[in-house]
Design a protein around this ligand. Sequence first.
Ligand SMILES: Cc1cc2nc3c(=O)[nH]c(=O)nc-3n(C[C@H](O)[C@H](O)[C@H](O)COP(=O)(O)OP(=O)(O)OC[C@H]3O[C@@H](n4cnc5c(N)ncnc54)[C@H](O)[C@@H]3O)c2cc1C
Length: 193
Amino acid sequence: MTDGCGLEKSKSQAGARVSCTFGDYMETAEKGLYAIGDIVAGLPQLAHAAMMEGIIAVTHIAGKAAHQIVKTRIPNATYCEPQIGSIGLTEKQARDAGYKVKVGKFPFVGNSKATILGNHGGFVKVVSDEMYGEVLGIHIIGPLATEILAEAAAVLNLEGTIDDMMNMVHAHPTVWEAMGDAFASVRGLQINV
Ligand SMILES: Cc1cc2nc3c(=O)[nH]c(=O)nc-3n(C[C@H](O)[C@H](O)[C@H](O)COP(=O)(O)OP(=O)(O)OC[C@H]3O[C@@H](n4cnc5c(N)ncnc54)[C@H](O)[C@@H]3O)c2cc1C
């Protein structure tokens, strides 16, 4: 079905997936041929990634200003018990990438809403760049992890810092409040433990 449309030029080395310079708005090596979704090599095979890739491709095709997808800013929501919400670099990935890393960790045992929910297991871990305080990754395991991941996605996309986030008022009592403590824990300033 794909014979002759130029797709063969874009086959990735892995074989099954398509190399697509996603820095260039999902366009493949064949000019005018775009790829989105699970077929794209180098991006995670997730529904929300596929949706954004589609928006970027059609925006570019329509000649409007499109943004570029950043692999490290695609969130992961894992529905196990407890839940896992994760975005950005792990501590090891950040070190391997050459960052001088500063890490903070806040356990849900110190979070009031976790007490109310009777669900204290887990923690929020923040990976940051020591020099500028930029948030590089956030990894949450615990109650409502896939929901409070929203703040993590926002701060990574806005290139926010530890100081931006630890000085933001987090409502009490919420599970979300653990995010504020986790950012503050990078500086040893968490207040709820
Ligand atoms: C069991 C399972 C659970 C998942 N859970 C999650 C989750 O919780 N969260 C998440 O983010 N992602 C999840 N995913 C991954 C997610 O479904 C995919 O990343 C996403 O659907 C990829 O979108 P796509 O458009 O590339 O492919 P698809 O959604 O698979 O769409 C491809 C479409 O092309 C059609 N098609 C195939 N061949 C042809 C053909 N020759 N001619 C015409 N049409 C054709 C198919 O019928 C299909 O409709 C899950 C996947 C699976 C299998």
